[in-house]
Design a protein around this ligand. Structure first.
Ligand code: UDP
Length: 398
């Protein structure tokens, strides 16, 4: 038997599901048993899943725990002016005072700041006075070990080794990576939601190509195994590296010429879509769900605020970090054999993003987060000359 290990995609994941040889006869008794166990496990999780909120989720309840957890390290001591002075070295200072928004003159990534300011300006009339420091880099800034010596910093993504407070990334409005297909940067989640939902309708589930798909640059070598598998088994996976700004030679695309970029809408023609971390969490994930394809999410270290409400095996297929080509092959073939389960998980995933990652949820999260954060501030927020006012176009027009 050509058996290939599929070791611990999560703790209870079967060790082997199926070998390279696709014929039923070549499957060992053990493999069949393990596959059956996984089927049972998924069915049970799907049956037991209870939605995170009732009705229309007007209060972004599904994500509320994240705010509580991220602010916990500051609950007892609060946030002092001194703490924020230290934080200011690692990000951009913002101030809300008398329902106006102020910022450091310089922002390291202006497009990212404008993606953030879109939300802050929308909310400023409803927010009390506060000072905050927002990190616009990809990488979080407050390692757990340094927690006591650092003040709070807002970052879009982190692992459990950081104490940064997660905020909804700029890319929900503007400032996402600029690739040839999105030259002004990936943003406008409201518009992409609509166009992706429409694209998804163009290819029915049965018309989708039953293979894995990935397009992206080599921001993490965790993606290599899938790319290499695609080169060996193009009948099972189409995964290729594209260029990013750092590209210098084919070495940066794992010794191949860079592939043409593929827009999100065209991902919907494939049944199994892969997501990996990049430098931090990848903005790709939320888009993949809207295709109504099955999302394979590799690794669980890097998170954005909405990841925690997505449940493995219910909304997506979890795959352990750095899977081997054999492990990837096994899990794809498992879902090729269990198409009903694949379809059910894909529908749950899409519905979750449609219901709980609306623009109103992003605004609601920002508002709840800042209202809770403001309660921790232990000093009087005062005007500072070195900050400049950020005005919304809408206000200027008035
Ligand atoms: N992207 C895309 N089509 C491509 C390549 C990339 O839509 O052909 C998107 C991708 O989904 C992600 C962004 O561009 O949202 C940057 O992708 P990349 O893989 O370069 O970096 P990541 O942010 O995933 O680490």
């Amino acid at each position: 038997c050509k058996c290939y290990a599929l070791s611990s995609i999560d703790d209870n994941y079967p060790n082997k599901i199926r070998g390279l040889d696709n014929s039923e006869n070549s499957r060992s008794q053990e493999e069949i048993l393990i596959g059956d166990r996984l089927i049972k496990k998924i069915k049970k999780l799907l049956e037991e899943y209870t939605p995170c909120s009732e009705g229309g989720d007007v209060n972004c309840e599904c994500h509320s725990d994240v705010i509580f957890n991220d602010l916990k390290p500051y609950q007892s001591k609060g946030v002092t002016n001194q703490m924020l002075r230290i934080s200011a070295k690692y990000g951009t200072r913002y101030k809300i005072l008398n329902h106006r928004l102020y910022r450091d003159i310089e922002c390291m990534f202006p497009a990212r700041c404008s993606g953030i300011e879109h939300f802050l300006l929308k909310l400023v009339d409803e927010l009390p006075d506060m000072d905050l420091v927002v990190n616009t880099r990809d990488w979080p800034q407050v390692p757990t070990g340094l927690g006591d010596r650092m003040g709070p910093i807002f970052s879009f993504s982190k692992t459990s080794s950081y104490l940064d407070i997660m905020y909804p990334a700029w890319t929900f409005w503007a400032g996402g990576p600029a690739i040839s297909l999105y030259p002004t940067g990936i943003g406008r989640w409201d518009l992409l939601r609509d166009s992706l939902t429409k694209s998804a309708l163009k290819t029915s589930w049965t018309e989708k190509l039953p293979i894995g798909f990935f397009r992206g640059s080599r921001t993490s070598d965790e993606r290599d195994a899938l790319i290499l598998l695609s080169r060996l088994r193009p009948d099972l996976v189409d995964a290729q590296y594209t260029k990013n700004q750092a590209w210098k030679s084919p070495k940066d695309t794992l010794n191949a010429e860079p592939a043409k970029e593929v827009q999100f809408e065209d991902h919907c023609r494939y049944k199994y879509l892969f997501n990996f971390r990049g430098v931090a969490a990848s903005f790709r994930l939320k888009h993949l769900f809207l295709c109504n394809s099955l999302v394979f999410h590799v690794g669980d270290d890097w998170n954005e605020f909405f990841y925690f409400a997505l449940k493995p095996w219910v909304h997506y297929v979890p795959i352990k970090s750095y899977p081997s080509a054999e492990e990837i092959e096994s899990i794809i073939t498992f879902f090729q054999d269990n198409d009903d389960l694949a379809r059910e998980i894909s529908e749950h995933g899409k519905q979750f993003i449609l219901d709980h990652l609306r623009m109103q949820d992003i605004e609601c999260y920002w508002k709840k987060l800042l209202l809770e954060y403001q309660k921790l501030i232990k000093f009087n927020v005062v005007s500072e000359e070195e900050l400049v006012e950020v005005k919304s176009k809408y206000r200027e027009e008035l």
